[in-house]
Design a protein around this ligand. Structure first.
Ligand SMILES: C[S@@+](CC[C@H](N)C(=O)[O-])C[C@H]1O[C@@H](n2cnc3c(N)ncnc32)[C@H](O)[C@@H]1O
Length: 294
């Protein structure tokens, strides 16, 4: 027996809460705008009616959990791990064993990134067989394409990556950006993460997508410079890691950073100024993508 838990979360904390719930053992987690319909019903970015998530005051975080789990303890641990002062208000619904797959899967639709790239859940047919279709299941941790920062990076990669180039995906998480780069024709892609579980997930996803990613822990030294560097982390690590990441952008190479909220852009630009001049290349739902060239 399973239990579906719907938590009302502050929009800015929803992704962290989602990741923490997956870490705590949720079978799947999805995030919805509490003021709109389901993910599937929401207009795609760029379509009429698209609502920037900066305007979402609240999100619904829906987790599918084992009904035998100690729910109060699990939610307390996940909320604390997500940096919340207390457990958000929530409702629960028991899900009959035979319905849970249908329930979770029906919440997710393929995500269109650009005309030529889609993120497609494994249980869906690709809407456009000629596009680059990256198979990733929404609801899993470490980045699945539904978050604006991931989308900003994917859009940039579609424009930036030229066949045969080398690519560094710093903070690879699920490997989504590295997989996209490989599918766009990169000759060699290195994914780096601080989290061993992310590296495992990226290896699994790379194999499902039949691309080769080199993967390593960020504590291991990187010995190469890359034509393309993409890092979707957060403002603080992007500032601290500025000299280390910038050193791996080859002369003439291009870099894009995301995970930066609009008011934090100047802070990251200043931290990178001694190494590479960055500018805001795009913004989405209150998040920016910073871009530069060495
Ligand atoms: C927001 S996720 C991005 C995942 C994926 N690249 C994407 O765009 O959806 C950030 C990832 O960066 C990793 N990370 C955070 N700090 C890091 C650091 N100092 N060094 C390497 N990876 C880091 C996290 O473990 C996480 O997998």
């Amino acid at each position: 027996m399973w239990i579906s838990v719907t938590l009302q979360a502050e929009a800015a904390k929803a992704e962290a809460l989602s990741d923490a719930l997956m870490e705590a053992g949720a079978l799947s987690v999805s995030i919805e705008d509490a003021d709109a319909g389901t993910e599937a019903e929401k207009p795609q970015f760029g379509e009429p009616g698209h609502l920037p998530t900066a305007l979402w005051d609240h999100s619904r975080v829906i987790a599918l959990l084992d009904a035998d789990a100690d729910l109060p303890a699990l939610l307390a641990a996940a909320s604390a791990a997500a940096g919340l002062a207390s457990v958000p208000s929530y409702t629960t619904e028991t899900v009959a064993e035979q319905n849970w797959v249908q329930l979770t899967q029906s919440q997710f639709e393929p995500i269109r990134i650009t005309d030529r790239m889609w993120i497609v859940p494994s249980w869906h047919e690709a809407p456009d067989g000629d596009a680059i279709n990256i198979e990733l299941d929404p609801g899993m941790a470490f980045g699945t394409g539904s978050h604006p920062t991931t989308r900003l990076c994917l859009e940039w990669l579609c424009d930036a990556v030229q066949p045969g180039q080398t690519v560094l995906d710093y903070g690879c998480g699920s490997g989504i950006l590295g997989i996209a780069a490989a599918r766009l024709g990169a000759a060699e892609v290195l994914g780096v993460d601080i989290d061993d579980k992310a590296i495992e997930a990226a290896a699994d996803n790379a194999s499902r997508n039949q691309v080769r990613l080199r993967l390593q822990h960020s504590r291991e030294p990187l010995d190469t410079a890359f034509d393309i560097v993409v890092a979707n982390i957060l403002t603080n690590p992007l500032c601290v890691l500025a000299p280390a990441i910038a050193a791996h952008v080859a002369p003439g190479g291009r870099v894009a950073l995301s995970g930066v909220l609009e008011p934090q852009a100047e802070q990251v630009i200043a931290a990178w100024a001694p190494y590479i001049e960055l500018k805001v290349g795009a913004s989405l739902d209150g998040w920016v993508r910073l871009e530069g060239q060495r």
